[in-house]
Design a protein around this ligand. Structure first.
Ligand code: PXP
Length: 249
């Protein structure tokens, strides 16, 4: 399927989430495969950024990985983090290009839904302010909902990342509904001066309609790319995703 966006679409960056290279490494407790090598490969094939989620339980990326990733590539690091004092201190210490605040539950397998920015203003406000004061670009990982965009505006976040899980898991008409929701909310965010990003559950099969949304400036993709890398290598997996994104634009 070829999906072409309007010609006024802005460039669409690809951030590659390398967490699951660390998941495989940690399965044996050693140092192979190294997520740093993955970051270097992403840089070598034209990826635009590295995304890493330092989870509270350190199930994949570990504290020491962050500095190693920052030292090994010039790509901007997008640190996904829970809104906790511990993670704030780590973010301030490492000064990544961006910090994407995500909801985090210990028992979940992955980030299962968006952050309730609307319901947690008072908890998030000081964290967003301290990140911003340190020159870190704050992003909020939210559901594509008007009230969450309004909350992001009140928090002064320059970026929102829409959780695309509902879209990725939907089929048929329901998927079209979810896609429209993403497109409408991307337009709303952009109209209000917030840069919209998207991610979660994106694959070769479902990325093009999302990539065609003209206001989106960045997609963050992880699990599928690392899974594909097992079969075709990370270079080829990233290149193919990049090609599909470009064709959709
Ligand atoms: N963006 C954010 C904020 C995430 O939390 C995740 C999952 O860790 C992703 C993007 C990437 O999702 P996936 O691994 O399903 O591609």
């Amino acid at each position: 399927m070829t999906v072409r966006g309007p010609s006024h679409a802005q460039p669409l960056r690809l951030g590659v989430n390398i967490d699951h290279v660390a998941t495989i490494r940690n399965a044996r407790g050693g140092d192979h495969p190294d997520p740093v090598r993955a970051a270097q490969i992403v840089a070598s094939v034209g990826g635009d950024g590295i995304t890493a989620h330092l989870r509270e339980d350190r199930r994949h990326i570990r504290d020491a990985d962050l500095r190693r990733i920052q030292d090994a590539t010039d790509l901007p690091l997008n640190l996904e983090m829970a809104a906790t004092e511990e993670m704030l201190a780590i973010a301030l210490r490492h000064a990544p290009h961006a910090a994407c605040i995500v909801p985090e539950k210990r028992e979940e397998r992955t980030t299962e839904g968006g952050l309730d920015a609307a319901g947690q203003h008072n908890r998030l406000a000081p964290i967003c302010a301290r990140l911003a004061d340190a020159g870190i670009r704050v992003s909020l990982f939210i559901e594509p909902e008007e009230r969450q965009i309004e909350a992001a505006m009140q928090l002064g976040a320059p970026v929102v990342e829409f959780h695309t899980g509902e879209y990725a898991h939907a089929t048929g008409d329901a998927r079209a509904v979810e896609l429209k929701r993403l497109a409408d909310m991307a337009a709303l965010a952009a109209k209000n001066g917030i840069e919209p990003h998207a991610g979660h559950g994106l694959t070769y099969d479902n990325v093009m309609p999302v990539a065609a949304i003209p206001q989106l400036a960045e997609l963050n993709i992880g699990h599928y790319l690392i899974g594909e890398a097992v079969f075709v290598g990370l270079e080829n997996a990233v290149r193919r995703m990049r090609t599909l994104m470009d064709e959709a634009r």
